[in-house]
Design a protein around this ligand. Structure first.
Ligand code: NAP
Length: 189
């Protein structure tokens, strides 16, 4: 008997054939799983990360499975690199993007009182500013596709206290209230 996931993939209403997706941070963890799932459902997926070796390794595995995935080396905490990433995605997808998954997020585990200015800026740029700016940059591409969605990766620590990553939780709390009402927005905890 087929597993539930396999059944879902068999149904044409779950097909993402003809769709395009940009997933940030797809070389490992949740982003890796999202890339593979979207591509398995038929989407063409572009993803990024900072470590080129790891990205290339995953790319070889995706290609061996026949998945349509392309990659960019990009640090999404950099405004210039975000702009470059969106230019590349636009070129790869001929100006049309159906799904943007703002997956990248990181945490610095130390007491809040010990946070440096650099720690604070790094977390804000990586977790929050990147998601907002990439969503802005993606807007014309999402509109052009006629069916655009943005996925924002939040966390349970956005809504409940945890003994780690208080500033991490703050970035995720802000993610939850990003004013993206021009888009169809889905939150993931
Ligand atoms: N794991 C959990 O239990 C959990 C729970 C709640 C929410 N989340 C959220 O889910 C998302 C994914 O978490 P995860 O645990 O799967 O993370 P992860 O395993 O650390 O993977 C992060 C991915 O993002 C890439 N990345 C990190 N910083 C980047 C940057 N500045 N620019 C471009 N790529 C970058 C990493 O590759 P490189 O290092 O090569 O750049 C990697 O591919 C995050 O937003 C996280 O906050 C995770």
């Amino acid at each position: 008997m087929a597993k539930t996931g396999e059944n879902l993939r068999d149904k044409s209403r779950w097909s993402l054939g003809g769709m395009t997706a940009l997933v940030t941070g797809g070389s490992k963890g949740i982003g890796d799983a999202v890339v593979e799932e979207l591509a398995t459902l038929g989407a063409r997926v572009h993803t990024c990360g900072r470590d080129e070796t790891q990205l290339q390794e995953r790319l070889r595995e995706w290609q061996a499975k026949g998945l349509q995935v392309t990659i960019s080396v990009c640090d999404v905490s950099s405004r210039a690199q975000r702009e470059e990433l969106m230019k590349t995605a636009s070129s790869v997808f001929q100006g049309k993007l159906n799904i943007l998954v703002n997956n990248v997020g990181t945490c610095i585990t130390k007491p809040t009182i010990e946070y440096t200015a650099e720690d604070f800026s790094f977390l804000m740029a990586t977790n929050l500013e990147s998601a907002f700016h990439l969503s802005q940059l993606a807007h014309p591409l999402l509109k052009a596709s006629g069916s655009g969605s943005i996925v924002l990766m939040s966390s349970i620590v956005a809504v409940v206290h945890a003994n780690f990553g208080s500033i991490y939780g703050a970035t995720k709390g802000d993610i939850n209230i990003l004013p993206l009402w021009h888009f169809e927005v889905m939150h993931t905890y």
